[in-house]
Design a protein around this ligand. Structure first.
Ligand code: NAD
Length: 351
């Protein structure tokens, strides 16, 4: 199995590449532009594997991407490359439209011309998995869950650009008959998560006795999924998902942001007793504009139809995550350096 992964140097992409190379024994070509969000050190475990290759390229670059298709000859594409941070999309939306919308268009077009040249048998085996977010569905009230048929209602430049890319992927499936599947997932957390995101930020600030910034009153609810569960879900969907379908991925782990932060503080009180009562470091900061209130995913279709289940609960996953950060400063210390000056800035508390 030869899989072309885009965005494999990012948080979820690197978890997926490690899973495909180490657990599944697949050949992987990782295509990544290496933006600020990329960390090649997350791929240390696969770096020297003969089945792993890396290509530094922009998904908007038609020539580089079509060459990647013709030389690597993938059986599958798993498209994760994206600008992914909501706060950054509010202060600079252009890169989001370029990468998420135009970049996805370019991936689809390059895949289409490669796919058109395959034999009929290979055409039917080929899959293009477009990886997206539950944020395309907008915000929920106190009740209800997002299902695959929930109408799109994105509210940030990030979610709007991802919604546009989902529509492109579905249109390329309908119009050209390409074997495309779309997945929409809830908030991920886990090892190798860039230190500006909520969970690692809280762990590392707590470790260093610095303020723990929480947006608004911390009541926003997210559905949390351990990143390795997402990686397995993506492989399952690419393997068994029905062409033209969408699958929602979620962990049935709804938590208010403030409860996530408090749970991390409890774990830090246990693992880092010298740090005192870490919850005393919590500071509420001005809310993000247009902050969605609640996201929650109904993953029944993925569970029933394809047999996937999350292996981690929030409690087991968050404990593993805290321990991982405490044991792996070699990974996060160099990344964190650049962020020390703006601890409570807008860019620091996105999820
Ligand atoms: P990330 O920001 O950690 O990584 C994105 C990767 O894409 C980086 O390695 C970056 O260098 C690369 N990239 C960005 N622009 C590129 C371009 N023009 N060409 C090539 N590579 C480029 O993102 P993530 O959190 O790992 O998310 C991966 C995917 O999953 C995204 O499509 C995102 O929308 C989706 N998603 C994320 C979450 C989450 O909680 N993080 C939840 C649901 C869905």
């Amino acid at each position: 199995m030869r899989v072309l992964v885009t965005g494999g140097a990012g948080f979820i992409g690197s978890a997926l590449v490690r899973h495909l190379v180490l657990d599944k024994g697949y050949e992987v070509l990782n295509v990544d532009k290496l933006t600020y969000a990329a960390t090649l050190s997350s791929l240390k475990q696969v770096d020297s594997a003969p089945s792993y290759r890396f290509l530094k390229a922009d998904i908007c670059d038609g020539r580089a991407i079509s060459e990647a298709f013709t030389t690597f000859k993938p059986d599958r594409v798993m498209h994760l490359a994206a600008e992914s941070h909501v706060d950054r999309s509010i202060t600079g939306a252009r890169a989001f439209v370029e990468t998420n919308v135009f970049g996805t268009f370019n991936m689809l077009e390059c895949a289409r011309s490669y796919w058109a040249g395959l034999t009929q048998e290979l055409q039917s085996q080929f899959r293009f998995l477009h990886v997206s977010t539950d944020e395309v569905y907008g915000s929920l009230g106190e009740d209800g869950l997002f299902s695959e048929t929930t109408p799109y209602d994105p509210s940030s430049p990030y979610s709007a650009s991802k919604a546009a890319s989902d529509h492109l992927a579905k249109a390329w499936s309908h119009t050209y008959g390409m074997p495309i599947v779309v997945s929409n997932c809830s908030n991920n957390y886990g090892p190798y998560h860039f230190p500006e995101k909520l969970v690692p930020l809280v762990i590392l600030n707590a470790l260093e006795g610095k303020p723990l910034p929480v947006y608004g009153n911390g009541a926003n609810i997210r559905d949390w999924l351990f990143v390795d569960d997402h990686a397995r879900a993506l492989d399952t969907i690419a393997e068994k998902g029905r062409v033209g379908e969408t699958y929602n991925v979620g962990g049935r782990n709804e938590r208010r942001n403030i409860d996530v932060v408090r749970r991390i503080c409890e774990l830090m009180n246990e693992f880092n007793p010298a740090g005192g009562q870490h919850e005393e470091l919590i500071q509420f900061v001005t809310d993000r504009p247009g902050h969605d209130v609640r996201y929650a995913i109904d993953a029944t279709k993925l569970e029933k139809e394809l047999g996937w289940r999350a292996q981690e609960t929030f409690d087991t996953g968050i404990e593993k995550t805290v321990r991982w950060y405490l044991d792996n400063d070699w990974w996060w210390a160099p990344l964190r350096k650049g962020y020390e000056g703006t601890r409570l800035g807008l860019l620091k508390t996105g999820t």
